[in-house]
Design a protein around this ligand. Sequence first.
Ligand code: PLP
Length: 411
Amino acid sequence: MDELFARARRRFPALQSGTVFLDGPGGTQVPQEVIDAVAAYYREANANEHGLFAFSRRSDAIIAAGREAMADLLNARSRDEIVFGANMTTLTLHLSRALARELGPGDEVVVTRLDHDANIAPWLHLQERGVTVRWLEFDPADCTLRLEGLREAVTERTRLVAVGGASNAFGTVNDLPAVIAAAHRVGALAFVDAVHYAPHRAIDVQDLDCDLLACSPYKFYGPHSGVLYGKREVLERLAPYKVRPSPGHVPDRFETGTKNYENIAGVVAAVDFLAGLGAGEGFRDYPEGRRRWLKQALAAIRDHETRLFSLMLDGLLKIKGLRLYGIADPARLNERTPTACFNLEGHSPAEVADRLGAEGIQVWDGDYYAWEAMRFLGLGERGGAVRAGLSLYNDREDVERFLDALVRIAG
Ligand SMILES: Cc1ncc(COP(=O)(O)O)c(C=O)c1O
């Protein structure tokens, strides 16, 4: 197992300098396969889609391959349920504007205090249409959602429940089936922000039965881009703002303007890279389908990251003056991702990140746009907290170097 991940790490050119990169929750590094696919697009295609000439047809083929790849990763019923966009935030704002056309006074939506603002602010904008927003709170002791609040927050008037798959700040994995079932009991749509969830857990949109789900390939070893999954009937019902000559059918009508073709080529390579990891070898055209190997890869990644994170957590909890936000019980690692959020007494988050950075250990500090949550914890005005997250390419040595450096900073 360790050998599989050591081999995978060697595919990431940016990591060969010996840096310890712990900002996966902000965006992961990419393997050579992804770099090659983006470069190949410029060499071999680089033309608008839907033209009657060779380069354009290659772009058409790449978009089709991108939708297939994401349909495999998410287990969508069809590639027509996959929308590409600039990033999750842009797609979600676009979606909320389309939904706003159906909603008005008397309608309600539910958001959570735990989420990234990209899964809150787009729904707050619905207030401009007279829609009421209700909040699901979280327990500050372990940063888990107070699910009992669903009984009050979700009413006969609820039209949408927006929930995160996992918190990009504290790593909490939310009970998606419970939230989605609560939405469906009253006929509301369930929207899942899977941006922080997707790199760490296998996703099955059919099994989850969510209506809409967004994620960002740059968080799972691909290029900067966003993906929206929607059940076909939901995508067909909604009327997004668009320019008149662009296609009126789904999923294209959600994709405003020229697509980022080179990055879609990179998304295919990222999904194939993961499938290759699942199969224990480089990607080839698996006759049994790619989905099986993707599930295998995500299960192996989860094992690998959980083993490393238990070392990280153990080390963090031993550091004098360190306060960890989120689940700290080693018996509950299945309820969280390998993302640690903490502060060191007597040191600002920025100072800690800067001193770690000076030693080649790259971590984020601040609120990571988990804006509501950080304010709720009283950290908003105090520089937030330090965040260090593990990805598939991290190893034991990374964790040890990170912990040693923190011990020195703590004094
Ligand atoms: C949980 C979560 N949701 C949403 C976003 C926004 O994603 P994007 O950068 O693709 O707009 C992020 C980005 O950090 C995130 O971590």
